[in-house]
Ligand binder design. Structure first.
Ligand code: NAD
Length: 477
């Protein structure tokens, strides 16, 4: 039985109700978690406030940094345990679960080092004045986290907030809590004061909503769907609470005829099958220059046919989707595509060992997807790649920018001038040239434009969002 973790102690929900924890690999429940209430959120926010006022705000930046570094090391010691928890909870193949645990280590390491590098400025002003700025923490920050990368998103969001001097109340997804409850326990073990990191589990419309509405929350970091992002913004607007929104994407991989196709192929595949396509920055649209469209699709199709899907512990190319409703969502997209006459190039294979009760979907490559079809416009959040061709650079830019999203883009070309032109013209928060995702990039600011959200997490830039700037003007004598 999983409990909330509030003020360095395991606590049952005041409501006395629980939710099942389901293993996506076989669809069977194997644990229970607390179905939190607004009262639980209230308790966590008060614990956080007390911690902030009495302890956390009095630590020096260097002391905060040492604590974060100790937590990074502790997570490293427990990386396998954490990876195992997240593997079962989220259906992640072993290599993915391990990579996520190591990314969490790295986030806390990065933000540990950043704590005492964050400072304000002095500003030249009128004669007789000294003007300076201070970067002050918001205080108690709320973190609403999705199920696709719990450890990674906790690392960038909570790691950044703590480094900037805040304390945290965290609402993980009801589909993926186990690793984060354990990380909060590890934080207590390395000396984090009670109330610095609090975990309250439960449904979004119950505890997530209560967190966003709570007057004691000074900043909200939300990572999730655009739909819930809108709700969070509306709730936060009522009390003018600052928000960072990390939302969805429909990211294009743009391949020009001069690209190195041997390099393109594995990256394009990985960008859509990693985590079974349940990645905000999944490269879910493939835009290919006409002259190489057919040969590239032929090679990609052959590669898709070799992809194997199965239980997380088998550590194949692709694991299960998170839950039955997500599987149904992907099926709906594929059936819409079929009705619209969109042609399938190739599909991977679900292995015989995969239980029928698990949530499996073979990676699917579709071609000539019309730009206005929902497959080219909406997030599928499954291993489905929508290919289309373009004539020239202008056409590529037009297609790349023709969605409501703007999170990440990949551009594949050897032409240096075109690399810069494309980086400038594509509307997105990150552009990768001749690579995709830069291997995770803890140091690289991340976030979107348009319906992909606003604000930045990851990298040093995140610390600006987790602080507010105070200007102090002193007139001498
Ligand atoms: P979701 O929006 O359904 O849920 C995200 C979180 O919000 C969960 O913890 C959920 O319980 C909570 N929530 C739900 N309703 C709420 C409400 N009314 N008030 C407050 N909280 C509420 O998203 P999901 O299905 O968990 O995750 C998938 C989505 O997340 C995709 O759209 C994906 O692109 C996005 N995502 C974005 C990033 C990024 O960095 N941009 C990273 C990962 C995932």
């Amino acid at each position: 039985m999983q409990l909330h973790y509030i003020a360095n102690a395991s606590q049952a929900s005041s409501g006395g109700r629980t939710l099942p924890v389901i293993d996506p690999s076989d669809g069977q429940p194997f644990d229970e978690l607390q179905r939190g209430t607004a009262e639980d959120i209230d308790i966590a926010v008060h614990a956080a406030r007390q911690c902030y006022d009495a302890v956390w705000s009095k630590l020096s930046a260097a002391e905060r940094g040492r604590l974060l570094m100790r937590l990074s090391a502790k997570i490293g010691e427990h990386a396998e345990e954490l990876a195992n928890l997240e593997q079962r909870d989220c259906g992640k193949p072993t290599k993915q679960a391990k990579a996520d645990a190591l990314a969490l280590v790295r986030y806390f390491e990065f933000y540990a080092g950043a704590c005492d590098k964050l400072h304000g400025d002095t500003i030249p002003y009128l004669d007789g004045y000294s003007v300076l700025t201070w970067r002050e923490p918001h205080g108690v920050t709320g973190h609403v986290i999705p199920w696709n990368y719990p450890m990674q998103i906790f690392g960038r969001s909570v790691g950044g907030a703590l480094a900037a001097g805040n304390v945290c109340v965290v609402k993980p997804s009801e589909d993926a809590c186990l690793s984060l409850i354990r990380v909060a326990q590890l934080a207590a073990e390395v000396g984090f004061p009670a109330g610095a990191i609090n975990i309250v589990t439960g449904y979004g419309h119950e505890v997530g909503d209560a967190l966003a509405r709570h007057e004691g929350i000074d900043h909200i970091s939300f990572t999730g769907s655009p739909k819930v992002g809108t709700l969070i913004q509306q709730v936060a607007a009522e009390r003018h609470c600052p928000v960072t929104l990390e939302l969805g994407g429909k990211s294009p991989q743009i391949v020009f005829e001069d690209a190195d196709l041997d390099a393109v192929l594995p990256m394009v595949i990985n960008a859509i099958v990693q985590n079974a396509g349940q990645t905000c920055s999944a490269g879910s649209r493939l835009l290919v220059q006409q002259s190489i469209y057919e040969p590239l699709l032929e090679r990609l199709g052959k590669a898709f046919e070799t992809l194997r899907v199965g239980p997380a512990a088998m550590d194949l190319d692709v694991g299960p989707l998170i839950r039955a409703s997500q599987q149904q969502r992907v099926w709906d997209f594929l059936s819409d595509a079929q009705h619209a006459g969109v042609a399938m190039v190739a599909q991977g294979q679900v292995v015989d060992e995969a239980p029928e009760t698990g949530y499996y979907q073979a990676p699917t490559l579709l071609r000539d997807v019309p730009v206005d079809h929902r497959l080219a416009q909406e997030e599928v959040f499954g291993p489905v790649l929508a290919a289309m061709s373009f004539r020239d650079e202008d056409h590529a830019v037009q297609l790349a920018n023709a969605t409501q999203f703007g999170l990440v883009a990949g551009v594949w070309t050897r032409d240096g001038a075109r690399q810069f032109r494309m980086a400038k013209r594509v509307k997105s928060g990150q552009v990768f040239i001749n690579n995709y995702g830069a291997g995770g990039g803890v140091e690289l600011p991340f976030g979107g434009v348009k319906s992909s959200g606003y604000g930045r997490e990851k990298g040093f830039e995140a610390l600006y969002g987790f602080t507010t700037l105070k200007t102090v003007a002193i007139r001498h004598g």
